[in-house]
Design a protein around this ligand. Structure first.
Ligand SMILES: Cc1cc2nc3c(=O)[nH]c(=O)nc-3n(C[C@H](O)[C@H](O)[C@H](O)COP(=O)(O)O)c2cc1C
Length: 338
């Protein structure tokens, strides 16, 4: 469309009509790399995705590192099927984060997402991620500095948990995010200390939605379209993020849109995993076959988490020492379709 800024690609889906919610792929370090973003977005149904977190500590992140984390920057900041990719930064120093964001935007990033939700000790020990949830004004400062450094057309979003240890702090945190000038906010409905238990608290996401005027993306435990509908009912949100659900059920976006009527058949799922393994094995990772082997074990485990019938497959593949050995267990499943 003539006269539309490139970042309109990102802005438009974030204020979706009620009947067609925004669906975004969650950042998942060690899982949702550019290969996975490409494969999952090519299936259809996904509006937006984001890189795994890029840590900003001690110095601004160089271009090379940004391009490695987000190779999509070389082709307009979108996946090969055209889904916009936000660049996610994690850090507590406003100036360093802002400078890195500026570099990323200079390379073509369509939007910047700031991570204030990562609970990992290594990250929090170095002053980033969920550690900042203890001090809401620090979120305002990091977001504000980043916002100030970028063209107004480029969105800056933030991703938080409900709080550090108190889930009620989500209200104050959401206000702090809005005060920093964030374009929208993603909330994972758990505190940092809760890690991944108990279930995500969608009611508290609603409380945050009630106190801010920026769009809020609801996140946490959206494993099925039915969960999405319940979350929509409780939160009133129009935008949702799928993380482990898409890891467990790669066609979750299609299923949620009604393009598919349930999780894939074993044949389709196994075929997807073989394709993924082959892509990783041909990639520029330092030890691509080993990376493919280890990552595939994670994908099969996630499959078994959602489908008890796949537990024996996981018990078998977790013992594989070489990629061809693992693929030999998947191939007969995939070939049943042929
Ligand atoms: C293995 C793994 C890696 C993750 N890495 C990131 C990350 O890089 N950045 C981030 O903001 N959140 C990260 N998260 C959190 C997810 O984006 C998401 O908020 C969380 O998993 C809850 O959503 P879900 O229930 O749909 O999985 C990660 C989660 C997992 C399981």
């Amino acid at each position: 469309m003539q006269g539309v800024e490139p970042s309109a690609k990102v802005w438009a889906p974030v204020r979706p009509p009620a009947e067609r919610p925004l669906l975004m792929l969650a950042p998942m370090e060690g899982i949702s790399d550019a290969i996975v973003r490409d494969l999952l977005s090519s299936l259809g149904g996904m509006d937006l995705c984001v890189t795994e977190f890029i840590r900003v500590a001690h110095r601004p992140v160089p271009k090379k590192v940004l391009l490695e984390a987000c190779p999509e920057l070389k082709s307009g900041g979108v996946t090969p099927s055209g889904v916009p990719v936000l660049v996610q930064l994690l850090g507590g120093d406003p100036a360093l984060v802002a400078q890195t964001a500026e570099t990323a935007v200079g390379l073509g990033a369509l939007g910047i997402d700031l991570n204030f939700g990562c609970p990992a000790k290594a990250v929090n020990g170095s002053d980033g991620g969920a550690a900042l949830l203890r001090c809401p004004s620090r979120l305002t400062d990091v977001i504000g500095a980043t916002r100030a450094r970028l063209p107004a057309t480029v969105p800056v979003s933030a991703k938080i948990r409900l709080g550090y240890d108190d889930p009620d702090s989500v209200v104050e945190l959401a206000k702090a995010v809005e005060a920093g000038g964030a374009s929208w906010l993603t909330i994972h409905g758990r505190t940092k200390v809760q890690m991944y238990q108990p279930s995500a608290d969608w009611h508290r996401i609603r409380r945050a939605i009630e106190v801010v005027s920026i769009p809020v993306i609801a996140n946490g435990d959206l494993f099925t379209p039915e969960a999405l509908t319940r979350c929509q009912g409780i939160t009133g949100a129009r935008a949702f993020m799928f993380g482990r659900g898409a890891f467990r059920t790669p066609n979750l976006f299609r299923w949620a849109r009604g393009f598919d009527h349930g999780p894939w058949s074993s044949e389709a799922h196994a075929g997807f995993l073989i394709n993924l393994a082959e892509r990783i094995a041909r990639s520029g990772y330092r030890d691509p076959e080993r990376t493919a082997l280890n990552r595939l074990k994670g994908w099969v485990r996630a499959w078994a988490d959602g489908d008890e019938g796949r537990v024996p497959l996981f018990d078998t593949v977790k013992r594989c020492h070489e990629l061809p050995q693992l693929l030999a267990h998947l191939r007969p499943l995939a070939e049943r379709a042929a």
